[in-house]
Write a protein that binds this ligand. Structure first.
Ligand code: DP6
Length: 325
C-alpha cells in the first residue's frame, strides 16, 4: 500500500483561466502546455490501517490548514475510486519547485500525489484516467501527467468524464528551452484559484478572452507541429497578455505584475529587435518565463541575469511525464 512518484511542473503556452464547475474543476477553455525538466515534486504515499487521519509532510515540515485539507480531500477522491474509504495515508513530498510567485508547484505536486496515491491503492489507470483524477486536485496538474507538449481538452460533459489532458508531442519532438526568471521570493497575494474566479465572475474582458482561444490553440498546434518557433512564441506571448488583461477588467481590478515584471517583458521584446528569438509568458504571479532556443542560451541567460531585481534565472529543457520510483 505504498508508492512513490515523480512529476514535473508545466508552463502553459495557452492558459487555463477560469472554471465552469469549481467542485469538479472543469475549465471554461482548453489549454496547452510544455512540461519542464527542471522543476519537479517527488511524493510517497503510504496507506496504513493504523492511521486515523491523513498526514502530509512537505519538505520535511508537517502541513496543517488549507493546504492539508486540499491534500486530504484529494486523497479521499482516490480512496473513493478504489473503494477504500476508511484508509488514511502518510504523504511525504519533496518539492524541487520554488513555491514563490508564479511557479505552479501545485501542478507537479498534485500530479505526483495522484500517481503515487492511485498506485498505492492498486489502481491500474491509463494516463487519461489519471489525468482526469489529477484535474480535481488542481486543474493545471492534469497536464503534468505527460511529458512534452500537452493539451487539456476542456470537454463538454458536466460530469467531467471528458475533461483530461493528452500528449500532442513527446519531449523528444523539439528542443525548446525555458528560462524561469525569479523576481521576488514573496508569496503571491491572489492565488490563481481566487484570481480566475474573480475574473470569470466580474471581468468585462472575459468573453473576449474565451473568443480568442480556438484560434490561439489552432495556431499553437500548427506552430508546434512544424517547429515554427516564431509562431509558437508569438502566440504564447499574446495569449499570456490577453489572460493578464482580463484581470484589469475585473471588479475590483488587479494585476499579478510588478514593475520588475514589465522590465523583463520589455527586455525580452528588445532581445527580439536584436535578432534573438525569445518570448515571455507569465502565470498568476510576478515571475516571468522566457522561451528560447538552445543556440541562444548563453546570450539569453546573460541578458536576463543583468536585469535589476532579477534574483535568479533557472534554465530548463522540456521534461518527461510522471514516473514511478
Ligand atoms: C495561470 O491549476 O493553479 O497557471 O485549478 O484552481 O488549482 P486550480 O488552478 P491552477 O491554475 C493555473 C493557472 C495558470 C495558467 C495555466 O497553468 O494554465
Amino acid at each position: 500500500m505504498k508508492a512513490t512518484a515523480k512529476a514535473h511542473t508545466n508552463i502553459a503556452l495557452i492558459k487555463y483561466w477560469g472554471k465552469r464547475n469549481e467542485e469538479l474543476i472543469l475549465p471554461t477553455n482548453s489549454s496547452l502546455s510544455i512540461t519542464l525538466d527542471g522543476f519537479y515534486t517527488t511524493t510517497s504515499v503510504a496507506f496504513d490501517e493504523d492511521l486515523s487521519e491523513d498526514i502530509f509532510v512537505l519538505n520535511n515540515e508537517v502541513i496543517t490548514g488549507e493546504a492539508y485539507r486540499r491534500v486530504s480531500r484529494f486523497l479521499h477522491l482516490i480512496r473513493e475510486t478504489a473503494g477504500k474509504q476508511n484508509l488514511y495515508a502518510r504523504v511525504n513530498s519533496v518539492n524541487e519547485v520554488p513555491t514563490a510567485a508564479g511557479f505552479a508547484s501545485s501542478a507537479s505536486g498534485f500530479a505526483a500525489l495522484a500517481a503515487a496515491g492511485t498506485r498505492a491503492l492498486g489502481l491500474d489507470l491509463t494516463h487519461e484516467d489519471l489525468s482526469r483524477i489529477t484535474r480535481q486536485g488542481s486543474g493545471s496538474a492534469c497536464r503534468s501527467i505527460y511529458g512534452g507538449f500537452v493539451e487539456w481538452n476542456m470537454g463538454k460533459r458536466e460530469d467531467g468524464t471528458d475533461s483530461q489532458a493528452i500528449q500532442i508531442q513527446t519531449e523528444n519532438h523539439w528542443d525548446v528551452r525555458v528560462a524561469a526568471v525569479e523576481l521576488n521570493s514573496k508569496m503571491k497575494k491572489i492565488s490563481s484559484r481566487a484570481g480566475m474566479k474573480r475574473t470569470v465572475e466580474t471581468s468585462a474582458f472575459y468573453s473576449g478572452w474565451l473568443d480568442s482561444i480556438p484560434n490561439d490553440l489552432k495556431e499553437m498546434k500548427a506552430g508546434i507541429a512544424t517547429k515554427d518557433f516564431e509562431k509558437v512564441g508569438a502566440v504564447a506571448e499574446a495569449n499570456c497578455l490577453k489572460m493578464h488583461a482580463t484581470t484589469l477588467g475585473a471588479t475590483p481590478p488587479f494585476t499579478y505584475w510588478h514593475d520588475s515584471t514589465m522590465r523583463v517583458m520589455q527586455t525580452v521584446q528588445e532581445m527580439r529587435k536584436k535578432g534573438i528569438p525569445a518570448y515571455f509568458t507569465i502565470d498568476a504571479g510576478p515571475n516571468v518565463k522566457v522561451l528560447y532556443l538552445p543556440e541562444n542560451e548563453e546570450q539569453v541567460e546573460k541578458i536576463l541575469k543583468d536585469i535589476p531585481d532579477v534574483q535568479n534565472v533557472t534554465l530548463s529543457k522540456i521534461g518527461p511525464g510522471v514516473t514511478y520510483l
